[in-house]
Design a protein around this ligand. Structure first.
Ligand code: CO
Length: 133
């Protein structure tokens, strides 16, 4: 079994401050980590839940994939991050199982992680991010 934890559930939002405020008022959640990932055109806020995170995600520019997702489908669930011990090994295993990679090799993610995205097509409609801490 290559999955070690649900790393994060990513939710695309238009207004990051409003979403953070909502999660705070609703659950008492506080931001554990916040980062602009310029290469992906997103700003994220991570709310820690046990050993996982809720990741609130907002686009920083109009041509970012998250901006396009919100434009197409509205706000909401964007992807799921599966934590793995070895991102390259997990990516190879997924490709061998028939997955369509978006990243053909592991690359740097937020908070110092190594990540790779896999297309929803071929993965039962879910955008998957493999996350190695
Ligand atoms: Co993610």
């Amino acid at each position: 079994m290559l999955l070690t934890e649900i790393d994060h559930v990513a939710i695309a939002v238009r207004d990051l401050e409003a979403a953070i405020d909502y999660y705070h008022r609703a659950f008492g959640a506080t931001v554990d980590h916040r980062e602009v990932v310029e290469s992906d055109g997103v700003e994220e806020a991570l709310l820690k839940v046990a050993d996982s995170y809720v990741q609130l995600l907002t686009p920083t520019r109009d041509d970012s994939p998250v901006a396009k997702a919100i434009e197409k489908r509205g706000e909401g669930l964007h992807h799921i991050g599966y934590r793995v011990a070895d991102c390259g090994e997990a990516l190879a295993s997924m490709i061998a199982a028939g997955a369509t990679p978006i990243d053909h090799a592991p690359r740097p993610g937020s908070r110092g992680t190594t990540v790779a995205f896999v297309h929803p097509k071929g993965s039962f409609g879910t955008l998957i991010e493999l996350v190695e801490e």
